[in-house]
Write a protein that binds this ligand. Structure first.
Ligand code: TYD
Length: 137
């Protein structure tokens, strides 16, 4: 997997003077079935989140409110994405180191995930991540 496999995906947007509506269907708008939803909120200014990779998990991340940056790193290439719209999001494939920073005040970061929470799926040591990605290259 490379950062080229991770991309911004535009979501359907039903524009309406009463308020816009977007939706996400697993396997339709994003390339996996949704098993879990979690969200970050009340993020203090200057905070960083993430700093890990997942062995098998697929995720899709949306800035539901405000904005933040996601830096993806496949072990040889890094790419920074700025998320600030509720009608698009970033697909993150497995084996991708991610750092989240530059949170605006009031930012809400929603993440859709392909599996239930499993601590064993995390790689939290960057050196170990590099060893694993180099071995696979
Ligand atoms: P973590 O994934 O490290 O947060 P982030 O990547 O956003 O910085 O998770 C932080 C803590 O929350 C950690 O103790 C595990 C726990 N957690 C759950 O219990 N369930 C979940 O679905 C998630 C995402 C985290």
């Amino acid at each position: 997997m490379s950062v080229e496999d991770c991309k911004l995906i535009d979501l359907p947007k039903i524009s309406d003077p009463r308020g816009n509506l977007s939706f996400i269907e697993g396997g339709q708008h994003i390339p996996f079935d949704i098993k879990r939803v979690y969200y970050l909120y009340d993020v203090p200014g200057g905070s960083d989140r993430g700093s890990h990779a997942h062995k098998t998990l697929h995720q899709f991340i949306v800035a539901m409110s405000g904005s933040f940056d996601v830096v993806l790193d496949d072990g040889s290439q890094k790419r920074r994405f700025h998320l600030n719209r509720s009608y698009n999001g970033l697909y993150m494939c497995p084996m991708m180191w991610r750092d989240l920073d530059n949170f605006s005040s009031g930012a809400v970061c929603m993440v859709l995930a392909s599996a239930h929470y499993d601590a064993a799926d995390y790689i939290r040591d960057y050196k170990e991540f590099l060893t694993m990605t180099t071995r696979k290259a």
